[in-house]
Design a protein around this ligand. Structure first.
Ligand SMILES: C=CC1=C(C)c2cc3[nH]c(cc4nc(cc5[nH]c(cc1n2)c(C)c5CCC(=O)O)C(CCC(=O)O)=C4C)c(C)c3C=C
Ligand SMILES: [Fe+2]
Ligand SMILES: [Fe+2]
Length: 324
């Protein structure tokens, strides 16, 4: 059989609408994954179904409404545009390599993406989770979903998983470029690099995520030639009561003005595309916290989204893996 290569870009997932029902369905799928919440099911499921889903879906739906775009959820629209750009960019280099988008939770599913690649005759797949830093809570579930899907297949395609790219020179250069462009237009401020958090316990169990975040932040600061006073690292989006990775972004934003940092630029390098956690939690909520604490100027620097540098970066990862 002739070999043919294809790529699946995988992102987390997002509600299909900014309504309590759609948010509930997304949260139910996501928060039922043992990789995400590892509590014994006998404790977790009554809490999830009895308290979290009924209360959180309504509140979080309102948050989604504040960032919803004409094309739907930002996470979906940017990821979709990115997948199209990468496929077109490969074709422009005479590389016929179909690229599809899939979500770990919800749609488009990994199954839908794979069906399309299989119909196009693909025999070798690169699974490319859009998570620059590996985490057992995000990257590993992509592999789990792939394994579940493949368990139903007689003939398996060859598969490579891009487990992380936290220190890839192309990624660091794309992030540094994004920050530099902002500074050329708006002037330079203290740079806060805010990553999604995970429970500290997961890191103690061996998740390399915090070390990879620290390395990314250090490499970006180095590429921008920043001294240690000119940047900080923090972790956002904590959930539940146990301690998560620290310092917490919301706490740090309220402390920075008292430490003399009156102007801040926040970039979220762990998010390939903008989403609820960047547009609502940081660009809206983070700004409010910082200004309320006495800060003067707050800017959110957008994620790489479907910008040309992002597409080019992914094309380089793909061509390196497939050795065209
Ligand atoms: C419950 C624990 C959670 C862990 C662990 C977690 C890790 C984690 N998440 C991302 C990326 C995203 N998370 C997003 C939303 C989101 N995350 C959690 C919880 C955990 N995340 C929840 C409950 C939600 C939904 C919103 C809410 O209820 O607050 C998103 C945004 C999705 C969107 O639709 O815009 C992303 C992206 C990473 C990278 C990560 C670990 C490294
Ligand atoms: Fe999350
Ligand atoms: Fe700025």
């Amino acid at each position: 059989m002739q070999k043919k290569q294809g790529v699946i870009l995988v992102n987390l997932g997002t509600p299909s609408a900014a309504t309590p029902a759609a948010v509930r369905s997304f949260l139910r799928d996501f928060l039922s994954d043992r990789r995400v919440v590892d509590l014994p099911r006998i404790l977790w499921l009554p809490l999830l179904y009895g308290v979290i889903l009924p209360l959180r879906s309504r509140r979080v739906a309102r948050n989604y409404q504040s960032i919803w775009q004409a094309g739907g959820s930002p996470l979906l629209t940017y990821s979709d545009a990115l997948a199209r750009d990468v496929e077109a960019g490969l074709l422009a280099q005479n590389i016929d390599c179909p690229v599809r988008l899939a979500m770990t939770y919800g749609e488009p599913s990994l199954e839908q993406a794979w069906q399309q690649l299989a119909s196009a005759g693909v025999t070798e797949v690169l699974l490319l989770p859009l998570y620059p830093q590996y985490s057992s809570t995000t990257t590993a579930p992509v592999f789990d979903a792939w394994a579940r899907l493949m368990s139903k297949q007689a003939v398996l395609p060859a598969m490579q998983l891009l487990a992380d790219y936290h220190d890839a020179p192309e990624y660091i250069a794309a992030l540094a470029g994004q920050v530099r462009r902002h500074w050329q237009q708006q002037g330079q401020s203290h740079l806060l690099l805010s990553f999604h958090g995970i429970p500290q316990r997961y890191a103690r169990l061996g998740d390399p995520y915090p070390q990879q975040c620290a390395r990314t932040a250090q490499l970006v600061a180095q590429a921008l030639q920043l001294s240690s006073e000119q940047w900080s690292l923090s972790f956002q989006s904590r959930f539940g009561r146990e301690p998560w990775l620290q310092p917490y972004t919301d706490e740090l934003l309220t402390q920075l003005p008292a430490r003399g940092v009156m102007d801040v630029d926040v970039v979220c390098p762990g998010f390939a595309t903008d989403c609820l956690e960047t547009l609502e939690e940081i660009a809206i909520g983070g700004k409010e916290l910082f200004l309320h604490a006495g800060g003067r100027q707050f800017h959110y620097i957008p994620a790489l989204n479907a910008g040309p540098e992002h597409g080019q970066m992914l094309i380089q990862f793909i061509t390196q893996r497939f050795a065209y």
